[in-house]
Design a protein around this ligand. Structure first.
Ligand code: UD1
Ligand code: CA
Length: 455
């Protein structure tokens, strides 16, 4: 947008969160609060500036492609904007101010707000809404149908003003020079001993400038986060919205309230998600996939028609189509399973690739392994990939059969179609199509037990 800059206030301590971390770095819906605000701000296509202060290094590290302003001491929202005075000195056009702790604001509403401000020819505009519970918010004192007279903070309000249910969102548009001129007049003689940005509104009005009230239909979008309770409430709203949009796209969620799915997750139509499933990060799930209860899936890909049974943990892994996993399987990062692979209970896989139709159904550990197609991994097979210092690879070629309770001591290669006898400790490469037996031969001592008992 032309002649517009965006300034996000994100310097505040999180006093009411009782946290040592900056408030805007707390997460809801799988993202930090500042990231949510930034996503909406970016849709405006203007220069985005962020005021940082409390643990500013960490906030700076969490976001990119913005310009930063440092607010050394956090003396209030008005003081935060004043910190940008030098950087904004030559800038004469509009400034959209957003709060880093108001994360549900949508791009559409921001666009409508800018349009409202410009079409109304206002000197400044405030986004407002009627709240069921206005507790904690600044109250909008109206001048008339369309304009604001002033904003009064809850802690400075008289009983009459506390009756007002129209709240200040903390989202404004100002003419930049007029804003800085007004801010030079604000004082901190209020209940919180802070320099309030909201006081700039009253000052502009007293200078006969027109301040528009852009009232949106629901206060949900402008809910702010001051406490851990607020954070949980917003997280709940974000997750509810994600569930609703997935259902609208044809995904069955058996119990949406117990289903936690991050915003960026994609799930194909006719997939079914059972209660108490968590799907995080940039996970992509195909069509007709079934995920059973208590599984947690992060940053993974699951191909069409696959099934994840109960209580599996998947992290940064890639599953082909028609794969079956679980119950109680664990895929650690960089596990890649081909189509129709079957992984059963108590199998752990790390940084390994399994070819199509390969099976490992019970109690196995495969680490740093490259396994071909049509391989059978018996119960209790372990790749011994670590000697206490270094990790080594195991290669199992197509069609091999690794007998129950074998240890494959890496580095080692099992040739194509080879058999490993159950209970073997394999230390040397096994040629293709051969049988390797690596265990003590069984001996029988007839009558041994009976004799012992006699003694
Ligand atoms: C503010 C508004 C209130 C409004 C509410 C909406 C003021 C005085 N009050 O109150 O009218 O209803 O937001 O959510 O503005 N910040 C800084 N530096 C500071 C102080 C704050 O950058 O010195 C940042 C915070 O990190 C936060 C935002 O400004 O992102 C709002 O600050 P906060 O203290 O939460 O203001 P509220 O008390 O919620
Ligand atoms: Ca706040």
């Amino acid at each position: 947008m032309e002649n517009l800059r965006v300034l996000i206030l994100a310097a505040g301590k999180s006093t009411r969160m009782k946290s040592k971390y900056a408030k805007v770095l707390h997460r809801a819906g799988g993202r930090t609060l500042i990231e949510h605000v930034l996503r909406s701000a970016r849709s405006i296509l203007a220069d985005v500036w962020v005021v940082v202060g409390h643990t500013s290094d960490k906030v700076k590290a969490a976001i990119s492609e913005v310009k930063f302003v440092e607010q050394k001491d956090q003396l209030g929202t008005g003081h935060a904007v004043m910190a940008a005075r030098d950087q904004f000195a030559g800038y004469k056009a509009d400034l959209l101010v957003l709060s880093g702790d108001v994360p549900l604001i949508s791009p559409g509403t921001l666009h409508a707000f800018v349009r409202f401000h410009r079409e109304g020819g206002y000197h400044a505009s405030v986004m407002t809404a009627d709240a069921d519970n206005p507790d904690g918010y600044g109250r909008i004192v109206r001048r008339n149908e369309s304009e604001v007279d002033s904003i009064v903070e809850q802690r400075d309000a008289t009983p009459e003003i506390l009756q007002i249910t129209e709240i200040n969102s903390g989202i404004y548009i100002f003419n930049t020079p007029a804003l800085f001129e007004a801010l030079s007049k604000i004082r901190s003689n209020n209940a919180q001993r802070e320099y309030y940005l909201t006081d700039a509104i009253g000052i502009l009005v007293s200078q006969r400038q027109r301040v528009g009230a852009f009232k949106i239909p629901s206060a949900e979008e402008i809910l702010g986060i001051n406490t851990r309770q607020d954070l949980a409430g917003i997280d709940h709203i974000m997750r509810r919205r994600k569930c609703e949009s997935l259902m609208a796209e044809g995904v069955t969620l058996v119990d949406p309230p117990s289903t936690f799915i991050d915003d960026d997750v994609q799930i194909g139509a006719d997939s079914v998600i059972y209660p108490s499933v968590q799907i995080y990060g940039n996970t992509v799930i195909g069509e007709d996939v079934t995920i059973h209860s208590f599984s947690r899936i992060s940053n993974s890909k699951i191909g069409a028609r696959s099934t994840v049974l109960e209580s599996c943990v998947l992290d940064s892994s890639n599953l082909g189509e028609e794969v079956t996993l679980g119950p109680f399987s664990r895929l650690r990062p960089d596990s890649v399973l081909g189509d129709r692979v079957r992984i059963g209970n108590f199998v752990e896989i790390k940084k390994s690739t399994l070819g199509t139709d390969t099976k490992s159904q019970h109690l196995a550990y495969l680490g740093d392994a490259t396994v071909g197609k049509d391989v059978n991994i018996g119960a209790g097979v372990i790749t011994c990939n670590y000697d206490g210092v270094r990790k080594y690879p195991t290669i199992i070629e197509d069609g091999a059969f690794v007998g129950t309770d074998s240890q494959l001591i890496a580095p080692v290669r099992i040739g194509k179609g080879a058999y490993i006898a159950a209970g073997s400790s394999i230390t040397d490469d096994v040629p293709p199509e051969s049988l390797a037996i690596a265990r003590g031969r069984q001996t029988i001592k007839e009558g041994w037990a009976k004799n012992r008992k006699k003694k």
